[in-house]
Design a protein around this ligand. Structure first.
Ligand code: GUN
Ligand code: ZN
Length: 444
């Protein structure tokens, strides 16, 4: 058992009602929980309340627990990246006129390199290091269509004791040789990977149909059947990201009510299903997400970089469904959650300008941070497991140093409220703000 003493950032509530709390000079106590195989938080909060929690629940005196005192630091939940592509580390910053040429000219050629297990292992190492350097402790990640790429990432994540969900990309049409898979074999490979990895330590498997255009009806059907047969697996894909992509799906499925409804038709909308982007949705789609408990991964740096469009926050608050923030590296430009939160704020400001919805809905820093931690965890069906500093949550957390740069120190010292402080960190923060990333109770 170990205690950390510093300011402690926690979250309560959810959706538009989510709020943050900063406990000045609080405690975070980490140890082996009674019901969990992984280290968890045993007590969190002000000294008196932590003392009470420990003596009541564990018959332990706080004074007897080894304690690391970190004055001036903030203990915060590890970030959750709801959508990221590990094979696209080397695609970041490749400009294109839109999603489809970007896939064809940059992304598919890079992904072909993952037929080589040595390349997979090398990139998986870099990927996990980058996540941790930026304070991301949980990720839902695409691999490529090569099963070897999935094995490499699971092996590295397991060694890092990380909560990581990934899966073999399904793409049996409209994809080049070297990436295109064979329908039946792709489903057999997915099932074998589920059996090998799903639920091992902190790892989870995600059925991963790339997006409607690259998957035949038979492949989508097979993915839906696996999703029903293995209900605790995740599903990850893309939906309604780009106008040309939406038009292509309408050509492929002329009878479908919408792009999202194609996934519904194949049994791919359910809890633990996460669809990246969701820019071109209508209200019927939003109700469908709400009913099925499927979630959207909002990826603002990617949406801006590829010129895809603006996620409609006001509509997502009007018809609430689960959504959280994501880097979408390599369409996205950065692993940093601070960059993602800031880009999302810009999108909210820009849409307010064009739609006049400013008075109706404004994105607050507490809300942004929640969408990248506890809110993203909720979208994954992992509320109470990761994404917050709460008793029973797995012991993933960050030590933030608001004095990391002279400007940040100066600005934070003049913050008069939690909102002002969080805003300053979002605007000025980068990897230097992340002094330490602790995964499953261990420093990475
Ligand atoms: N749609 C299908 N594949 C991809 C991808 O790799 N990145 C993004 N942003 N959208 C996609
Ligand atoms: Zn993506």
């Amino acid at each position: 058992m170990k205690a950390y003493r510093a300011d402690v950032l926690t979250f309560q509530g959810h959706g538009a009602g989510a709020s943050a709390h900063l406990q000045r000079d609080g405690y975070l106590v980490v140890g082996q929980g009674p019901g969990s195989p992984h280290p968890v938080f045993l007590a969190v909060g002000a000294a008196a309340s932590v003392q009470q929690q420990l003596s009541r629940d564990l018959k332990v005196d706080l004074a007897s627990v080894p304690c690391e005192h970190l004055p001036g630091k903030i203990l915060a939940p590890g970030f959750v990246d709801l959508h990221v592509h590990y094979p696209q580390v080397d695609v970041i910053g490749s400009p294109a006129t839109g999603l489809l040429p970007w896939l064809e000219n940059y992304t598919f050629p890079q992904e072909m390199r993952f037929a080589d297990p040595a390349h997979c292992a090398a990139v998986a190492d870099v990927f996990i290091q980058e996540l941790h350097r930026h304070g991301v402790t949980t990720a839902l990640a695409f691999a490529t269509s090569h099963p070897t790429s999935v094995n490499a990432l699971f092996e590295r994540a397991r060694a890092a004791r990380m909560r990581l969900i990934t899966g073999k990309c399904l793409m049996d049409q409209h994809a080049p040789d070297g990436l295109r898979d064979a329908t039946e074999q792709s489903l057999l490979d997915s099932e074998a990977l589920i059996q090998r990895w799903h639920g091992v330590d902190r790892l989870g498997y995600a059925l991963t149909p790339r997006f409607v255009p690259t998957c035949s009806a038979a492949q989508l059907q097979g993915a839906g059947e696996l999703a029903a047969r293995y209900p605790s697996t995740w599903i990850q894909s893309h939906v309604a990201e780009n106008r040309d992509e939406v038009a292509w799906v309408a050509q492929l499925f002329p009878k479908a009510r919408s792009y999202l409804s194609v996934y519904e038709q194949f049994g791919l909308l359910r809890e633990r299903a996460v669809y990246a982007h969701g820019i071109y949705l209508d209200d019927t789609d939003r109700h469908l997400l709400a009913q099925t408990q499927a979630a959207v991964a909002v990826s603002p740096t990617s949406n801006l970089f590829l010129g895809s469009g603006f996620f409609d926050h006001a509509a997502a608050e009007r018809i609430p469904f689960h959504y959280g923030l994501a880097s979408d590296v390599g369409g996205g430009t950065s692993f940093s959650p601070f960059q993602t939160m800031l880009a999302d704020f810009y999108v909210g400001q820009a849409s307010a300008l064009t739609t006049g919805q400013r008075a109706e809905y404004a994105i607050t820093p507490q809300h942004l941070w929640w969408r990248h931690t506890a809110g993203a965890a909720q979208a994954l069906g992992l509320a109470g497991v990761v994404g917050n500093l709460a008793v029973g949550c797995e012991a993933d957390f960050l030590v933030l140093n608001p004095q990391a740069t002279p400007l940040m120190a100066r600005r934070v010292a003049q913050a008069h409220s939690l909102d002002e402080c969080l805003f300053a960190l979002i605007v000025l923060g980068d990897d230097r703000l992340i002094e330490r990333t602790v995964v499953a109770g261990d420093m990475t």
